[in-house]
Every structure is written in structure tokens, then in C-alpha cells.
Design a protein around this ligand. Structure first.
Ligand code: HEC
Length: 129
């Protein structure tokens, strides 16, 4: 009985694998990421180049060196962070409170627990160039 159903199970696995299986890194959905940005980040960040709010503009953030906008007054903690905002670095940074990732930073954010939301958000941010 079970064996006769195997081909069906295999077909289901093939169809569902990409949905329920392990997700490739950063295969996020940018349009969902835009909503994550609106609800989680837009209070403090603009996406417009040169427009800083409480936090610096996030236009072109993927690939940018930390603390490097000339027209934003960063904390020393962020200026001296010494890293570049790769997708991997953003994943790491946003998965925990900002002050834990970068002690001394002024960014008051407790982190985004949902890995899928982080993927979506980071792929959205990656479209802004
Ligand atoms: C309550 C305000 C606030 C929220 C919410 C917030 N941030 Fe920030 N963010 C800041 C501030 C302020 C800084 C500058 C920190 C410093 O100079 O230490 C910053 C800095 C950053 C930086 C470093 C930028 C650079 O030029 O190096 C990144 C990246 C960042 N935020 C991403 C995000 C993302 C993505 C979200 C949403 C998930 C978010 N932030 C939510 C206030 C916030």
C-alpha cells in the first residue's frame, strides 16, 4: 500500500521541496521586504539618497562601508565598526539587538527574529542602488 504511493510522495516532495525545504541564503522576496522595512525601520530610516532621519539613509546600504556617509553624525562605535554591510553582515546585525552587535551604537532596535523577514528585507535593500 505504502509502496504504491511512493511515486505520489516523490512528486509531492518535488513540488513542495522548494517551498517547505531549506531555503537558499538570502533568497528573499523584495516586495515583502518593502513592507518589513515600512513597519520595522522607516520610523528612523529613509530610503532616499542623502535623506537622513534619526538614523542614516539606507539607500545603497548593501555593499556600503559601516559609518561612511559624510553627512550623517555617527557614533564612534559605528564609525569604528570596520565592516562592510554585506547581506551576511546585515543578517547577523539584524538578528540581535543593535547594541549587542555594536556596543555603543545609538540605534535602538531589538532585532528581527524571523529569518525569512530578514531575507526579504535584505533582498529589498539590495535593490536600492
Ligand atoms: C529607533 C530608531 C531606529 C530603528 C527602528 C532602526 N534603526 Fe538603524 N540606525 C538608527 C540609528 C540612530 C543609526 C546610527 C547609529 C550610530 O551612529 O551608532 C542606525 C544605523 C543603521 C545602520 C548602519 C548604517 C551605516 O551607514 O553604517 C544600518 C545598516 C541600519 N541602521 C539598519 C536598520 C534596519 C534595516 C532597520 C529595520 C529593521 C533599522 N535600522 C531600524 C536608528 C534606527
Amino acid at each position: 500500500m505504502f509502496l504504491r504511493r511512493l511515486p505520489l510522495l516523490a512528486a509531492a516532495a518535488l513540488l513542495l521541496g522548494p517551498i517547505v525545504g531549506p531555503r537558499p541564503a538570502f533568497a528573499g522576496d523584495p516586495s515583502a521586504g518593502k513592507d518589513v522595512f515600512r513597519s520595522e525601520c522607516s520610523e528612523c530610516h529613509s530610503l532616499r539618497e542623502g535623506r537622513n532621519k534619526k538614523g542614516p539613509s539606507l539607500f545603497g546600504i548593501v555593499g556600503r562601508h559601516a559609518g561612511s556617509l559624510p553627512d550623517y553624525r555617527y557614533t564612534d562605535a559605528l564609525k569604528q565598526a570596520g565592516w562592510t554591510w554585506t547581506p551576511q553582515k546585515l543578517q547577523w546585525y539584524l538578528s540581535q539587538p543593535a547594541r549587542q552587535a555594536n556596543p555603543g551604537t545609538r540605534m535602538k532596535y531589538d532585532g528581527l527574529d524571523d529569518a525569512e523577514q530578514r531575507d526579504d528585507l535584505i533582498s529589498f535593500l539590495g535593490t536600492l542602488h
